[in-house]
Design a protein around this ligand. Structure first.
Ligand code: 5FU
Length: 278
């Protein structure tokens, strides 16, 4: 059967990339397909949120460069929490430059992303060299890292459509040891597949941003769909939720954050169970 009709557990047992395998195992063990996007600028809020949502997530998604008081101990603590609470870390860096530059941006600078992020993502716009550049760092790491290609974005008017998406998927098929899936809005198995593609063995994870239970969008082009639309109907594997859980106000209410995380975990898991039971 197609990957989205199989259980996360079966897919974990079969996956060859260690980061993908760890993520699928964690989803099965914690019964969650929820990733929380911790888009805040203060380190204290960052960790308050992570501690509140940790039991309910398989993945914490970061934009590490928006923290105003970042210091090296932040990513060290994040790694510690990840192993303590069993979740993976996804730095939403969206690399989009030549291979040599993205390799440096991934490994170096102040953040040294490859040291602590299990998963990163890249725009396919530069062509395959963006993948090989990042793989030159990620595949060297002791713990294998995984890359997601941005095949589709959630925003209104996004240019990630048609042939662009098809070419992104074709590129990913050439580097299946490192490219573990896509940021996308639906499954990609059928996309651009020719008869020579061994699609039966292919298991790309689909991580979908743009998920909300209470709002349809924001004032800056974001568009939201529900976990049922995203997981049951469109076959995505992980729901990525930011403001639906952390709120939009300046002050963080950890009790509300915790409740919302529980609510999205339950909705995401129910949507998955309805899908595999079909
Ligand atoms: F690639 C993408 C995309 O297509 N849409 C997104 O929203 C990434 N995102 C990220 O997911 C975005 O940068 C935010 O960090 C997060 C969504 O946050 P929200 O608060 O749930 O809208």
């Amino acid at each position: 059967p197609a990957p989205h009709l199989q259980s996360y557990k079966d897919r974990a047992d079969r996956h060859t990339n260690l980061a993908a395998r760890a993520l699928l195992r964690c989803m099965d063990a914690k019964k969650t397909n929820l990733a929380v996007s911790v888009d805040v600028t203060r380190t204290k809020d960052f960790f308050d949120i992570i501690e509140a949502v940790a039991p309910y997530v398989c993945l914490i998604k970061t934009h590490i460069d928006i923290l105003e008081d970042w210091e090296p101990s932040v990513t060290a603590k994040l790694q510690m929490l990840a192993s303590e609470h069993n979740f993976l870390i996804f730095e939403d860096r969206k690399f989009a430059d030549i291979g040599n530059t993205v390799a440096l941006q991934y490994s170096s600078g102040i953040y040294k992303i490859s040291d602590w992020a299990h998963i990163v993502n890249a725009h396919p716009v530069p062509g395959p060299s963006v993948i090989t550049g990042l793989a030159s760092v990620g595949m060297k790491s002791k713990e294998t890292r995984g890359l997601l290609l941005l095949a589709e974005m959630s925003t209104k008017g996004a240019l990630t459509t048609g042939n662009y998406t098809v070419d992104a998927v074709r590129m990913a098929r050439q580097y299946r040891e490192f490219v573990i899936g896509f940021i996308a809005q639906r499954r990609m198995e059928g996309v651009g597949a020719s008869e020579t593609d061994i699609t039966a063995e292919e298991d790309f994870l689909i991580l979908a941003p743009g998920v909300g239970l209470d709002a349809k969008g924001d004032a800056m082009g974001q568009q939201y769909r529900t976990p049922t639309e995203v997981v049951t109907e469109c076959g995505c594997d992980v729901i990525i939720v930011g403001r639906g859980i952390i709120g939009t106000g300046r002050d963080i209410d950890v009790e509300v954050v915790k409740r919302q995380a529980q609510r999205y975990q339950a909705a995401g898991w129910e949507a998955y169970e309805n899908r595999v039971a079909r």
